[in-house]
Design a protein around this ligand. Structure first.
Ligand SMILES: NC(=O)c1ccc[n+]([C@@H]2O[C@H](COP(=O)([O-])OP(=O)(O)OC[C@H]3O[C@@H](n4cnc5c(N)ncnc54)[C@H](O)[C@@H]3O)[C@@H](O)[C@H]2O)c1
Length: 253
């Protein structure tokens, strides 16, 4: 698909979490093609370094930092170092997440905390780290990635679905906290997006057929479809959009 162009994004600096693979990777690439300076965080060193090198070779301004977002101190330190290098971030995309499956009866306290530490906690502390820079710039945009899994009653991943439902409450509360500073906060909620990992791990002909029955628009939802919504919400075109949840699921009804 051809991504839309938002001219104001070329003078911005964006931070993306979980940018080495999947939807995050498409978001990093999308910002790079807009001329946005992009920094991304990921724990996958090999993929992160390769993506950054590929994009820098095209003339884009892209920086990668390896970090496990479960380590809040290291994450906030990485963000401070990146901002010192690139200038304060006016865009932040809290994308990283992991839909690891687990049986309800087997979830331990440690496992529960760990899943929330991947799928929810970084949103709070990454936002906290970028907010002062956004305030100094006079505004900014934060986009959080949700998931339709809990809306559809998906089973076998209750820690993930709980975290993802909380992203909407977090988004609305953060929009209230930061709105007076000109910082907009929105949630993008994808349906089933055909990333490499989804194709490899979860795709079966039966699941695909069932998803197609429920989608109003038939066919694959691609990472770029999510990136397009993230670009819009990050741009000045969305200057009156905040505290909202934008579902990109090809119309599951
Ligand atoms: N693909 C889908 O169908 C789908 C559907 C709904 C929501 N989502 C959401 O979209 C976002 C991106 O999902 P995706 O499908 O691209 O996932 P993915 O697994 O393909 O990529 C996730 C990226 O995040 C990184 N990451 C994960 N945990 C991390 C950690 N602790 N520290 C640092 N990096 C970490 C991974 O290394 C990877 O690069 C997630 O928030 C996910 O919940 C995806």
């Amino acid at each position: 698909m051809t991504l839309p162009h938002f001219p104001d994004l070329s003078s911005r600096t964006a931070l993306v979490t979980g940018g080495a693979e999947g939807i995050g990777r498409a978001i990093v690439e999308a910002f790079a093609t807009q001329g946005t300076a992009v920094a991304f965080l990921d724990r996958n060193v090999e993929l992160g370094e390769a993506l950054a090198a590929d994009l820098v070779a095209t003339g884009a301004q892209v920086v990668f930092r390896a970090v496990d977002l479960r380590e809040i101190g290291a994450t906030q330190e990485a963000i401070r170092a990146l901002a010192a290098n690139l200038g304060p971030f006016s865009i932040c995309v809290n994308n990283a997440g992991h839909d690891e499956r687990h049986r309800f009866d087997e979830v331990t306290e440690t496992y529960w905390d760990d899943r929330l530490a991947v799928n929810l906690r970084p949103m709070m502390f990454v936002s906290q780290a970028v907010a002062p820079g956004m305030r100094a710039l006079g505004g900014g945009a934060i986009v959080n990635l949700g998931s339709t899994s809990w809306m559809q009653g998906a089973s076998g991943l209750i820690a993930y679905t709980t975290a993802k439902s909380a992203v909407i409450g977090f988004t609305r509360s953060l929009a209230r906290e930061l709105g007076p500073d000109g910082i907009r906060v929105n949630c993008v909620t994808p349906g089933w997006v055909m990333t490499e990992r989804q194709r490899k791990t979860w795709w079966t002909p039966e699941k695909w057929a069932a998803a197609q029955v429920r989608q109003s628009i038939k066919g694959e939802i691609l990472p770029e479809d999510i990136a397009a919504m993230v670009l819009f919400l990050s741009s000045g075109a969305a200057r009156r959009c905040t505290g909202q949840n934008y579902i990109v699921d090809a119309g599951v009804v």
